[in-house]
Design a binder for this molecule. Structure first.
Ligand SMILES: NC(=O)C1=CN([C@@H]2O[C@H](COP(=O)(O)OP(=O)(O)OC[C@H]3O[C@@H](n4cnc5c(N)ncnc54)[C@H](OP(=O)(O)O)[C@@H]3O)[C@@H](O)[C@H]2O)C=CC1
Ligand SMILES: CCCCCCCCCCCCCCCC(=O)[C@@H](N)CO
Length: 342
């Protein structure tokens, strides 16, 4: 609430939101804030007891607990058939209607140096970060876009949809724009999400033109920097000291702040969303042909891109120097002291 009605591109009151990875961290914070805005919220994750706790926390945020509905579904989203089941359960629960908004927050990180990373982990990371989102996107898009022919020729339907748009939201990372030592198993999965997001958002033009009476589908990706969650504390236990030094310029944000800024950006219609200044700047050096959201925003991005194109040369150079100095001082493990991992 609190938004000018006319300028809100992301109305959620009375709408159904699915949050994949909604049982903790950023997904949980987003679920709670959307419930506070009047949405019906479905959370999906693997661990049942965390889901139960999260369900209660989200439900308690609802301003209208009589009217608003909530659902928890336990599923491992690295399996494509599980994503199909999740959407089918949501459709059945939602009186035969697909969800209006699907936000993919599931993911994990294993920030060890390349040769210190068990080789199986590279696939695990793609599964956990990229494929969980891709499978959810595929199941969701199928429910939205495979429209029965009879609906298309219904003369009672308006030629141009006045219904609010549907939204598919991915969660990537700062590291999708600029990666560095320690993130070789994680960053590629997040960069792939950005590429998927660009492909899908372009493809949606086809559907909005072919099915003008259906709600438009919008695709967004959020790129958080450090989020101060339990997962972040856990990743720091295996993270090399070198990686910690390289990222020490980023103080981190609470999951609540990341969720709040993401929702605000969605309300203002942004497609590639950053929630902190640093990532916003680095994004400008990497936008390429991604959607900017209007002429003036594009011009602002272009000016910042000139500046950031130069700044990133020095950012990279500085990190290269730090890595070399580290190697000379501590050897190749990336750890301080005798080079043995703690
Ligand atoms: N923390 C950070 O510093 C940053 C995180 N990110 C990204 O933001 C997102 C949220 O991060 P954060 O809040 O820290 O993460 P958390 O680990 O706190 O939460 C992850 C959520 O996803 C669920 N999940 C994980 N794997 C699966 C799976 N295979 N199937 C179903 N559910 C799954 C978890 O529940 P369960 O384990 O029970 O399944 C949990 O609900 C992630 O995609 C992360 O990569 C981006 C930038 C920085
Ligand atoms: C003006 C431009 C200056 C740029 C300086 C670069 C400073 C480094 C910021 C590092 C941020 C790292 C976030 C990682 C988040 C993440 O996804 C992981 N926590 C998951 O494992």
């Amino acid at each position: 609430m609190g938004n000018l009605l006319s300028s809100n591109d992301f109305p959620v009151q009375g709408r159904t939101v699915v949050i994949a990875g909604g049982s903790q961290g950023m997904g949980l914070a987003a679920g709670r804030q959307l419930a506070e805005r009047g949405a019906d919220v479905v959370i999906v994750a693997r661990d049942q007891s965390k889901l139960r706790e999260a369900f209660e926390y989200i439900r308690q945020g609802a301003p209208d607990p009589q009217a608003q509905r909530f659902l928890q579904i336990s599923a491992d989203l690295t399996s494509p058939s599980e994503s199909v089941r999740v959407i089918a359960e949501v459709v059945a629960w939602n009186h035969g209607h697909p969800p209006d908004i699907v936000w993919c927050c599931a993911g994990s990180s294993h920030p060890t140096l390349f040769v210190d990373t068990p080789v199986a982990e590279f696939k695990t990371q793609m599964d956990s970060n990229y494929f969980t989102s891709l499978y959810m996107a595929h199941a969701t898009m199928t429910s939205w876009l495979k429209i029965p022919h009879k609906n298309l020729v219904d003369p009672a339907r308006p030629a141009s949809s006045s219904l609010p748009a549907r939204h598919l939201i991915f969660t990537a990372s700062f590291l999708a724009f600029y990666s560095f030592s320690g993130y070789s198993s994680y960053s590629p999965s997040k960069a792939a999400l950005r590429s998927l997001s660009d492909s899908l958002s372009q493809e949606m033009n086809l559907y909005s033109a072919a099915h003008p009476s259906e709600p438009r589908v919008r695709v967004h990706t959020v790129f958080p920097a450090t989020i101060l969650t339990e997962a972040y504390e856990a990743e720091n236990l295996i993270k090399s000291d070198l990686t910690k030094v390289l990222e020490e310029g980023d103080g981190g944000q609470t999951p609540e702040l990341v969720a709040a800024r993401s929702i605000k950006a969605l309300e203002s219609g942004q497609e590639l969303i950053t929630t902190d200044l640093l990532t916003g700047l680095v994004k400008r050096s990497m936008l390429g042909g991604s959607v900017r959201g209007g002429f003036w925003r594009a011009m602002g991005d272009w000016i910042l891109a000139c500046v950031m194109g130069l700044v990133m040369i020095f950012v990279r150079d500085d990190m290269d120097r730090k890595a070399k100095a580290w190697g000379r001082k501590f050897g190749a493990s990336g750890m301080k002291g005798d080079g043995k991992q703690a």
